[in-house]
Write a protein that binds this ligand. Structure first.
Ligand code: ARG
Length: 467
């Protein structure tokens, strides 16, 4: 290890220890390198706790005032980069408290009355995650707006809709983009649910059993914007289900982003050439001058693994833990920070790609015209207008597709005499039914792809998600 073994006992808990921790112990134990990110929430929690202690007569007004001022001073030192975090002090909580003691002296020692790092860290993490959820939600709203804008602009643009990645039926590009708006809307709903459930305050649970001091948990809870204190002190310090809920919702979101990213990769490839990414979100190759690579989309696709990995990692950490707090829980932070950062970045990059993407709607239309995508329209028409049983209509159109394959032409290019050689009752009307524009315009069932539906759905999506 890089650091020398310590000879001094720990200033945190060293009262009954004769020697300090080994360098390796310090290395494995310290969390300040990553949990320093909690500093603002840690200080906010301490201020609420201190104010409550004064209000309840547990510490004096003078000590309380000194502590509050000192905490503000520590906050501005950290914010301005003038603060030295020390690993020997283990974590963010002890770093803040130790600096407070340097600044205000003995009164600092009263802040930890009726509190433990166990309820403190659970509170800090809930506060941090609440803000992280709000950040992701803000980003998702902007991404939804970008998708809705593009959907509206392309309400009429026809493209092939796929099943099994085979051209299936024509759809509108607007309809395709609005599918993602729905997915992201549910992601926001899941995050909002997680936020609502996590918004309870662990402070006052102390180490695990509550405290004999006459604290007012409702006061700290509402000062920190929680809806209520956690009902059970053991639960308050020992569960991290709020982290798991965020990561579950985040994993689903990451997978949605990954699917959209995959479509951007496919669609920007020269085989599809449905879209062109903006210069700002494409990369060149150092060897092949012609290349325009969709790196951001590929990275979004790949980074979904980090978020899912964080979920699995923390599930495994929590799985075997008896109540209440165990140091294992310190391992929750790095994955959750990384997952939140990954989601923020992925959402922002996706927004940039969508906003700047230009769609080649002529190419999309041409692709929709390949692969006999209106075959179902003709079968449906034979059922609706000619009264054929669907199976018989399906068979008849199948025979037409076979002819078209033989002649290497689209269905609508088959001469009438060929149509009639398959079924004598077929007339010119068939050509209208086979037209792409007719196909999409006819799909007016609720949630269907017709341009009129897409316009209405986009307006409705604005109202549901952006207001
Ligand atoms: N750094 C610790 C964590 O993240 C804080 C709580 C420590 N509590 C304790 N009893 N050692 O979990």
């Amino acid at each position: 290890m890089t650091e020398k073994p310590t000879t001094h006992t720990s200033s945190i808990w060293g009262g009954r220890f004769e020697t300090g921790p080994s360098a390796i112990m310090e290395e494995i134990n310290a969390s300040v390198d990553f949990d320093r990110r909690l500093f603002a929430h840690d200080i906010a929690g301490s201020k609420a706790h201190c104010t409550m202690l004064v209000h309840q007569g547990i510490i004096s007004q003078a000590d309380g005032d000194a502590i509050l001022q000192g905490l503000d001073a520590v906050l501005s030192e950290i914010e301005s980069g003038d603060f030295t975090f020390r690993r020997a002090l283990e974590d963010v909580h002890m770093n803040v408290e130790s600096r407070l003691a340097e600044l205000i002296g003995e009164a600092a020692g009263r802040l930890h009355t009726a509190r433990s790092r166990n309820d403190q860290v659970a509170t800090d993490l809930r506060l941090w995650l609440r803000d992280a959820i709000d950040r992701v939600d803000d980003g998702l709203k902007v991404l939804q707006r970008a998708l809705i804008d593009k959907a509206e602009a392309h309400a009429d643009a026809i493209m092939p809709g796929f099943t099994h990645l085979q051209a299936a039926q024509p759809v509108t590009l607007g309809h395709h983009l609005l599918a993602y708006v729905e997915m992201l809307g549910r992601d926001r709903g899941r995050l909002a649910d997680a936020r609502r459930r996590l918004n309870e305050c662990p402070l006052g649970a102390a180490a695990l059993a509550g405290t004999a001091f006459p604290i007012d948990r409702r006061m700290t809870s509402s000062a920190l914007g929680f809806t209520q204190p956690c009902a059970n002190s053991l639960d308050a310090v020992s569960d991290r289900d709020f982290v798991l809920e965020f990561l579950s919702a985040g994993s689903i979101l990451a997978v949605h982003l990954s699917r959209l990213a995959e479509e951007m990769v496919l669609w920007s490839s020269e085989r599809f050439a449905f879209l062109r990414l903006p210069d700002a979100f494409a990369t060149g190759s150092s060897i092949m001058p012609q290349k325009r690579n969709p790196d951001a989309a590929e990275l979004i696709r790949a980074k979904s693994g980090r978020v899912v990995g964080a979920l699995i990692g923390i599930l495994v950490v929590i799985k075997g833990l008896p109540l209440a707090y165990a140091k294992d829980m310190q391992e929750d932070k790095e994955p959750v920070f990384d997952a939140a950062d990954t989601l923020d970045l992925g959402v922002a990059a996706m927004t940039g790609m969508i906003e700047g993407a230009t769609f080649d709607t002529d190419r999309m239309y041409a692709a929709a015209a390949e692969g006999f995508t209106t075959a179902t329209d003709l079968a449906d028409w034979l059922v609706r207008v000619r009264g054929l049983p669907f199976r018989q209509a399906h068979h008849l159109v199948g025979a037409l597709v076979k002819k078209a394959e033989e002649l290497e032409c689209p269905l609508e290019a088959l001469p009438l005499w060929v149509l009639q050689s398959v079924d004598a009752s077929l007339t010119e009307e068939v050509y209208e039914v086979l037209a792409l524009g007719h196909s999409v315009a006819s799909r007016t069932s609720e949630g269907g792809t017709a341009p009129a539906n897409v316009r209405a759905a986009a307006a409705e999506a604005r109202r549901r998600f952006l207001d």
